[in-house]
Design a protein around this ligand. Structure first.
Ligand code: XLS
Ligand code: NI
Ligand code: NI
Length: 437
């Protein structure tokens, strides 16, 4: 039975359209740098916010109207949600979705019961994927909601909790594999700490590495070829999350010999919580060959928390796409809207407005970024800025052929460095503005 029968499929109508339920910029088959927008973005709807979000906050109860959901933890209700989710994604024209095990299926009283519940829903998801062509971008395990995870999961001080989490990951990884999922995400949940007085940080970090190696080994065993992704986030829920930012995650990956096995899933709101821009995090991941996928959302700089809003800022999406186009897209990763409607936007139709806005903002950002790249404006400036390293002493330094003594001899001969040139930041900011039309 359809739930959105009064809403037509969302189609591209172009920038002049006044239809709020049409795309103005996202034109799935239009090519950007040789890739269709569909292929370039690989947009994904996230199950936890879009189909399990209630609008509750620490000060108030649920507000969101979800007439298809009876609020129960029954398998039937879980199946009904799947049907609504796939209808929603189909109407929206999104090709992917993501989930945590406990979003799609209810937690049982025991692990065996929880596994059984998940299996029942996975069967249903599989059928829905088959009939709609919608695919799983990534799966993940919820290792943070249940009280057993109060001290963390892989970094819990309780070995049984570690074992439980490992068992949970085993099962959801198998489900992800069964559903043809293209990636598997680790978000730290409660992998961090509140106070060093009671924490053995070295031991916890070593446990986290062991946990990831166990996952990598199990993937090999079951033939899961999807990409593992580590998602940086500096705080919330713990004060010190071990996956603080891209640099901290990459250090962890490298130190624990997980290079190649684990890339990064970069989220905008997490970048800003870490005191970075999204562009910084994306570029840091990209230059380390570790930019796997993105959680496309945005925070509220005045609230300063993980508000997970839909991205609508064209500067933000332009900056994202400058980096993403540089690495020719995200596949097998994608653009997952880890974002929720505000609790005041309580009607189901708001879910459409939110996603359409996010998709259009990214499409617009991609068009702008492609135009900037086509004209080579930034590239030329950057190349010119470092030209002194293309010859002479600069070239020797880059090749690792210059010693401190060589630099001393060079400077003693020349007396003073060549004059600096202007960084032209304001000029470049104006240039970017010229492209934002
Ligand atoms: C929470 C994270 C989470 C991950 C998936 O802040 O963003 O939603 O993306 O576990
Ligand atoms: Ni996320
Ligand atoms: Ni988040």
């Amino acid at each position: 039975m359809p739930y959105f029968s009064d809403i037509a499929s969302v189609v591209y109508e172009g920038p002049d359209s006044k239809n709020p339920l049409a795309f103005k910029y996202y034109n799935p088959d239009e090519l950007i740098e040789g890739k269709s927008m569909r292929e370039l973005f690989r947009f994904s709807v996230c199950y936890w916010h879009t189909f399990r979000g209630t609008g509750s906050d620490p000060f108030g109860a649920a507000t969101l109207q979800r007439p298809w959901d009876d609020g129960s933890d029954s398998i039937d209700n879980a199946k009904k949600r799947v049907d609504v989710a796939f209808e929603f994604m189909q109407k929206l024209g999104v090709d992917f979705y993501c989930f945590h095990d406990r979003d799609v299926a209810p937690e049982g009283k025991t692990l065996a019961q929880s596994n059984k519940n998940l299996d029942a829903i996975v069967k249903h998801l599989k059928k829905s994927q088959k009939s709609t062509g919608i695919k799983l971008l990534w799966g993940t395990a919820n290792l943070f909601s249940h009280p057993r995870y109060m001290h963390g999961a892989a970094t819990s001080c309780n070995a049984d909790v570690f074992a439980y989490a490992a068992a949970q990951v085993k099962h959801v990884m198998e489900a992800t594999h069964d559903l043809g999922g293209e990636n598997y995400v680790f978000w730290g949940g409660r992998e961090g700490y509140m106070n060093l007085y009671n924490t053995d940080m070295k031991r916890e970090l070593d446990h986290l590495a062991t946990f990831m190696h166990m996952a990598v080994d199990h993937a090999k065993k079951i033939g899961f070829k999807g990409q593992f992704l580590f998602e940086p986030k500096p705080k919330e829920p713990t004060k010190h999350q071990y996956d603080f930012d891209a640099a901290a995650c990459l250090n962890f990956i490298h130190r624990n010999k997980l290079d190649g096995h684990v890339k990064l899933n970069i989220e905008t709101n997490h970048a800003t919580l870490a005191g970075h821009t999204m562009m910084h995090e994306l570029e840091y991941a990209r230059i380390h060959n570790a930019l796997g996928s993105i959680d496309a959302n945005t925070g509220d700089l005045l609230l300063g928390w993980d508000t997970d809003q839909f991205p609508t800022d064209i500067y933000l999406t332009t900056q994202c796409m400058l980096v993403i186009l540089e690495q020719k897209g995200l596949a097998p990763g994608g653009t997952n809207f880890d974002a929720k409607v505000r609790r005041e936007s309580f009607e189901p139709i708001d879910l459409f407005h939110a996603h359409i806005g996010g998709m259009d903002a990214f499409a617009r950002g991609a068009r702008i970024a492609a135009a900037i790249r086509k004209d080579g404006v930034l590239k030329d400036v950057v190349k010119q800025r470092y030209a002194s390293f293309d010859e002479g002493i600069g070239k020797q330094i880059e090749k690792g052929k210059a010693s401190l003594a060589d630099c001393e001899a060079y400077m003693l001969k020349n007396g003073n460095p060549a004059a600096n040139t202007s960084g032209r930041q304001e000029f470049l900011e104006n240039v970017i503005n010229d492209y934002l039309r």
